[in-house]
Write a protein that binds this ligand. Structure first.
Ligand code: FPP
Length: 240
């Protein structure tokens, strides 16, 4: 068995792009691509544990994705429901904690109940935190956080002069989760698409040409080992 490449990478975030094109190139329905994508999710969750990744965040549905056809949107929602139901036992057995970020208000009640249920069930797990960004948009998250901060100021719980970067972070959906070290995007697009803009200010990016259904554990390991090989300076002088 190969040795884990790294034991201490704190947080990897992935933009799982290219499912639709993968399917269309094969004359299949776009949903078929998402279903293949869901299989890849399972493999990458398992590999993350082996590789010592402590937090994995996956961009599953953006605030912009509502513009897709009704059929594709409802197919994706049903896929998310099935994923939670099918994976709950393994997540419990493997110590995976599951969380969701994004707006829940617009999601259907059945899905929201399952999301709340799996978050509760896995709340004490510590081997890996799997965060799914569902109906998530980075700007939307910042707007919602700003509103919450404004209410806290209005109610006298927060003074404007006391607002720091840490305060802002604590009002985001990701409060309590460390910032991503590495953001991976598949399918050869060089965009960040409103994914964790505040949290990824110092992250490294890896752009992979393969579409998400064609992503592999080997490519994942490679991206992580490339990340380790690069020096991260955080804007300061090396060695300081
Ligand atoms: C982007 O590819 C992918 C999505 C909008 C959906 C991602 C969802 C999954 C991988 C399904 C399983 C997820 C979980 C968490 C169970 P795209 O459709 O935008 O690809 P395209 O750019 O080729 O059209």
């Amino acid at each position: 068995m190969s040795q884990p490449i790294i034991k201490d990478i704190n947080h990897v975030a992935i933009i799982m792009d290219g499912n639709g094109r993968w399917a269309e190139a094969r004359g299949l329905e776009r949903l078929e691509g998402h279903m293949r994508g869901a299989r890849m999710v399972k493999k990458i969750v398992r590999a993350s544990k082996t590789l010592g990744v402590k937090n994995l965040t996956l961009y599953a549905f953006s605030t912009e994705n509502w513009n897709r056809s009704k059929k594709e949107v409802s197919g994706l929602m049903s896929l998310f429901r099935r994923y939670i139901l099918a994976e709950s036992a393994d997540m419990l057995a493997e110590g995976v904690r599951m969380k969701f970020i994004g707006q829940r208000d617009q999601l259907d009640d059945k899905l929201v109940s399952l999301m709340n249920w799996i978050e509760d069930q896995t709340a004490d797990n510590t081997a890996l935190q799997l965060t799914i960004a569902l109906n998530y948009g980075g700007r939307d998250e910042l707007v919602r956080a700003s509103r919450k901060m404004a209410v806290a100021v209005q109610e006298g719980q927060l003074r404007p002069e006391d607002i720091t970067e840490e305060t802002v972070s604590s009002f985001l959906d990701t409060a309590g989760t460390p910032d991503p070290d590495l953001v991976i995007r598949t399918s050869g697009e060089y965009r960040t698409s409103n994914f964790l803009p505040w949290q990824s200010s110092y992250a490294e990016y890896a752009f992979i040409n393969e579409s998400w259904p064609d992503f592999t554990v080997a490519l994942y390991e490679q991206a992580i080992s490339n990340f380790r090989a690069r020096e991260r300076r955080f804007g300061s002088v090396i060695g300081k």
